[in-house]
Write a protein that binds this ligand. Structure first.
Ligand SMILES: Nc1ncnc2c1ncn2[C@@H]1O[C@H](COP(=O)(O)OP(=O)(O)O)[C@@H](O)[C@H]1O
Ligand SMILES: C=C(OP(=O)(O)O)C(=O)O
Ligand SMILES: [Mn+2]
Length: 532
């Protein structure tokens, strides 16, 4: 029995990729692992994992990401946040890349971005590295074998780490480039082996396309109550704030760890897999993620291991603090098979506050939620972007500025409408520092954050006593089962309360200064929620 692995009318030749050497279409996991090992890209690890390292690029390169400035997208792109590339520069980059690819071995996956058939994007990923092809097969949604013969790629990503871009000729910044052309429906990635660029490119695409159809695109993880997809929660957060960690909760069903849409019928995962951080990972704190580091097919990126025993060193950050593992969702026992759920009942915004000022949880009014969503206050976490080596406070609007092609208020308005329509309860959760700022205090214990979230999501926290935070105006619970009372009042966790007050005042001012840019675009109730 053989199944056609590619649509004969959609080979790479038909897309203008001619003169290549061997092209492998839609290989399955075992064959991709064999290919990666044969090509010397990595080693087979314990349990049949694939151990790889990515060389110089171990995190995203946001400064090297470009959108091609064509008339059809011109008016819709937030150019202050996205670098423009001229169409002719992109065409030269494309032609030079195709020339570079001639004679080479390439791996093609035809996949879906989006679990909801009404909104999914059919994406083809052409990889120079077999392990990149395995990575993206894990991360996106895999068509059934019989769907491949009729698959027509809508967008194509070509990822060629050995190609060096030329800033003069290709209109880019360095020899690394991630260039998106919405007219040609093509993304070109060169000179970086960090696998995350593949998945975040698809995310950026959907963040452009879906709001055009009235669907909210979100940088968030999601889960739902066991047996009840109508009781869903989403967790917004910039990289490293806890989306993946906190959505993997043995007491709830995991929908996805990073990228979701919210349409008129509910939420849906864009992806079919997860990409978890493994630095300092502990079995006790994150048992489900830990288990994937020894199951067949998991791609383990930039972890140091014993060359003889292949035992992983979870604490070694000598290659990067952004060590990762990538696995398909079906490796998590309590993952949703459909990737779909109803309208979220709870919306959580995760912030990693390196100043140690924000409480571990606060309940937000819809207007406060909009204020915090547009502000996107958090930290860039070590290793996630090139050049970031310690938590760096930032305002990353929508908790995902690097992936937002449109203006923040486009996403803000969509979210606001949906919150009003469906009556979601909103929370701000600080997974960052407590007992002082970064350097003095310590990271919030995962078990405390989990206990707070459990109580928020099962509704018990709503009946707790709340106090009003004097700096930010939101409500903070005074007690919660499983959490020391003192932790709920960050001021009391600081040895020097006056230092806390000074730091809090500074942060309030930073919020106000940052928020000024959104004032012309927002409603009066959000203006009233703004602190000044
Ligand atoms: N209180 C906490 N909540 C969530 N994560 C925490 C907490 N304290 C430490 N961490 C660590 O922070 C990291 C969060 O990363 P991750 O969940 O992958 O973030 P994201 O998916 O948002 O990029 C993990 O390495 C986790 O072990
Ligand atoms: C893959 C990434 O996503 P996250 O850290 O949000 O999981 C990334 O930022 O490179
Ligand atoms: Mn994640």
């Amino acid at each position: 029995m053989t199944t056609l692995r590619v649509n004969p009318s959609q080979t790479l030749e038909t897309q203008g990729m001619t003169g290549l050497g061997t092209v492998h279409y839609n290989l399955l996991e075992p064959a991709l692992i064999e290919a990666a090992i044969r090509r010397g890209e990595g080693r087979l690890g314990q349990g049949g994992t694939l151990l790889v390292s990515t060389g110089k690029f171990t995190g995203r390169s946001p400064k090297d990401k470009f959108i091609v400035r064509t008339p059809s997208v011109e008016a819709n792109i937030w150019w202050d946040n996205n670098k423009a590339m001229a169409p002719d520069a992109f065409d030269r980059l494309h032609a030079d890349m195709l020339e570079h690819m001639k004679g080479g071995e390439y791996f093609v996956q035809d996949l879906y971005g989006g679990a909801d058939p009404a909104h999914r994007l059919d994406v083809r990923v052409v990889s120079e590295l077999a392990w990149h092809n395995l990575f993206i097969r894990h991360l996106l949604r895999r068509p059934a074998a019989e769907e491949l013969a009729g698959f027509v790629p809508e967008f194509t990503i070509i990822n060629c780490p050995t190609f060096r871009a030329d800033p003069e000729r290709h209109g880019c910044r360095t020899d690394t480039v991630i260039a998106m052309n919405f007219d040609k429906k093509l993304i070109l990635i060169a000179n970086t082996e960090y696998a995350g660029e593949n998945k975040k490119s698809v995310f950026t695409l959907l963040n452009y396309i879906l709001p055009g159809k009235g669907v909210m695109a979100m940088h968030c993880s999601a889960n739902h109550a066991t047996g009840n997809p109508e009781d869903a929660a989403v967790f917004f957060g910039l990289s490293g704030t806890g989306k993946t960690t906190l959505s993997a909760d043995p007491g709830r069903t995991l929908i996805g760890d990073d990228e979701h849409g919210w349409s008129e019928s509910g939420i849906f995962n864009f992806e079919g897999g997860c990409y978890a951080k493994t630095i300092n990972l502990r079995e006790e704190a994150e048992p489900q993620i830990y288990a994937t580091t020894r199951t067949f097919g998991t791609v383990i990126e930039n972890m140091v291991y014993d060359p003889d025993t292949l035992v992983l060193d979870f604490d070694d950050d000598s290659l990067t603090a952004n060590t990762r593992c990538a696995y398909p969702l079906d490796q998590i026992a309590n993952a949703s098979a459909t990737g779909l759920a109803g309208h979220p009942k709870n919306i959580v915004m995760l912030t990693c506050d390196a100043f140690g000022v924000l409480p571990p949880i606060a309940r937000l009014t819809p207007a406060q939620a909009m204020y915090h969503f547009l502000s996107g206050f958090t930290s860039k976490v070590a290793g996630t972007e090139r050049g970031v080596t310690e938590p760096e406070p930032t305002f990353s609007t929508c908790f995902g500025a690097p992936f937002m092609p449109r203006r923040p208020e486009v996403y803000g308005k969509l979210l606001q409408e949906k919150i009003h329509q469906h009556g979601a309860t909103c929370w701000l959760v600080n997974t960052g520092w407590t007992g002082g700022a970064y350097g003095t205090g310590s990271r919030m214990p995962i078990r405390s954050t989990r206990a707070l979230l459990t109580a928020a999501l099962d509704g018990t926290l709503n009946s707790a006593e709340f106090r009003r935070d004097p700096n930010f105006g939101f409500e903070v619970p005074v007690t919660c089962a499983g959490v020391a009372d003192i932790l709920l009042d960050p001021r009391r966790t600081w040895a020097d309360v006056e230092a806390y007050d000074r730091q809090a005042a500074k942060l309030v001012q930073m919020f106000a200064d940052n928020f000024a840019q959104y004032v012309p675009y927002i409603d009066d109730d959000v203006k009233a929620a703004a602190i000044s």
